[in-house]
Ligand binder design. Structure first.
Ligand code: F0G
Length: 435
């Protein structure tokens, strides 16, 4: 039995506002609405301030991982998941860099573009921030097995964190539709891996049924504890800017978990007095997987679903689970939604990669989105923008190699390898042609 549920948190329906204790295993309200982890902000306000979180930055990493010192998620634990340190399952995650590079800024049309590289988390994606919280909650609840459906990164992350916690992991992935690096991670970390004959949306439906019927703990971002961890991306950005927020935060959007988490984080940061104003949010979808963008264009009068098809397999999703929570983010953060083509994604990725930074295709959607929003006049060239890179360049080697070796017909920045005979003259000839 879970014992240590703090009384400052509960689960609350975003639609009818009914509350449930966090000791109950539940992912949706009886009315069908999605749930939030609700924090008692009134009770927290006197205990939380910038100094509390800034004071924790000085903890030098020692030889032993102490999550409350080393993790960029648990630094904000009071407003994420208050719990004792022995419950926490951490690698540790977060503390990701904010990169700048003139070529990327110039490509986007901005003087100040920062890239928050979430691909530099322990398993190579932002999912680790949600997973450390999700698996910690699974441990608190005494879960005997955990499961998720995934386009690859969630499953890689779940597989790793479940292995750390000693809890068996069951993952559902669309057969043939996830990048090689991600499949390799799930297998390597020892998860029971089921390749579904269908797409992510089919896998998502199936995993919910399995969890409900077989009593397995669900760790998709439908589970609100995952989103609590992902809020730390925003807290880190705000803290990195000394609590003087940038003008925009731009992120790729698939299942809309991150979009939902970002809005909640900004809302709470403002309510707690950590910031005086909040940045605007831009969510960027791949044009071939853009149900949220299409709903946005219709002012959310109807919920659009699509059969998704994009090179950015991480966001190849046609029926995003966090749709209502993401609409709320747009309201809170005066947000916009856009969509970019696969050519725009792969060219933006090549620019980020060639700056020595590197990311997977879905991540580059955010940079392609910034470029598009700047040229449309939505983002002004002198505004400060943070673009989220969600996954590591090594996640999807196939897409990268295809782009550079002529399999991507419209590639603008291909850097093809050159075959040469193994002698100096041949090398000299090849170099003269190139330089
Ligand atoms: N970028 C990457 C690299 C992702 O893996 C995902 C989602 C997203 C962006 C979109 O984030 O779903 O919160 O809108 N990947 C999930 C997965 C769906 O299963 O790994 P979102």
């Amino acid at each position: 039995m879970p014992t240590n549920a703090p009384d400052t948190i509960s689960l609350q329906c975003i639609q009818c506002h009914r509350s449930y204790p966090t000791t109950e295993v539940r992912y949706v309200c009886d009315c069908g609405g999605l749930l939030d982890v609700w924090h008692d902000l009134e009770a927290l306000r006197p205990r939380i301030n910038r100094g509390l979180f800034d004071g924790r930055l000085s903890g030098a990493p020692g030889p032993k991982v102490v999550p409350t010192t080393n993790s960029g998620v648990w630094r904000y634990r009071e407003i994420i998941l208050p719990t004792t340190v022995d419950n926490i399952v951490s690698r540790p995650e977060g503390n990701t860099p904010l990169y700048e590079h003139p070529r990327v800024s110039q490509y986007a049309g901005l003087s100040d573009l920062y890239l928050k590289h979430e691909g530099e988390n322990p398993t190579g994606s932002f999912k680790d921030r949600g997973m450390t919280v999700g698996v910690t909650q699974a441990k608190i609840m005494g879960a005997t097995a955990v499961a998720c459906a995934s386009t690859g990164n969630t499953s890689a992350s779940l597989a790793a964190y479940a292995a750390r916690a000693g809890i068996p992991a069951l993952i559902f992935i669309p057969a043939g539709k996830i990048a090689a690096g991600k499949l390799a991670q799930a297998l390597a970390y020892g998860a029971h891996t089921l390749q579904i004959q269908g797409d992510f949306d089919d896998a998502m439906n199936l995993v919910q049924e399995v969890c409900n019927k077989l009593g397995v703990y669900l760790l998709n971002s439908l589970n609100p504890f995952r989103l609590e961890g992902q809020k730390s991306i925003v807290f880190e950005i705000l803290q990195g800017f000394q609590w003087q927020p940038p003008d925009w935060i731009v992120l790729p959007a698939g299942n809309l978990g991150n979009t939902a988490a970002f809005g909640k984080a900004l809302f709470e940061a403002q309510q707690l007095g950590l910031v005086d104003r909040i940045p605007r949010i831009a969510a960027v979808q791949a044009a071939g997987a853009s149900p949220f963008y299409q709903s946005y264009q219709r002012s959310f009068a109807e919920r659009v679903t699509v059969k998704a098809n994009t090179v950015a397999t991480a966001i190849n999703i046609g029926n995003p689970v966090s749709y209502p929570r993401a609409i709320r983010t747009l309201e809170w953060a005066n947000g916009v939604v856009t969509a970019v083509s696969d050519d725009e994604i792969m060219d933006a990725k090549a620019v980020v990669d060639s700056a020595g930074i590197g990311c997977e295709p879905a991540s580059a959607a955010s940079v392609a989105g910034v470029r598009q929003l700047v040229s449309a006049g939505v983002i002004k060239p002198d505004e400060t923008v943070v673009s989220i890179l969600t996954g590591h360049v090594l996640k999807d080697p196939t897409a990268t190699v295809d782009y550079h070796t002529g399999q991507w017909p419209n590639a603008q920045f291909a850097n093809a390898p050159v075959k040469v005979e193994a002698n100096l003259a041949a090398v000299q000839q090849a170099l003269e042609a190139r330089l």
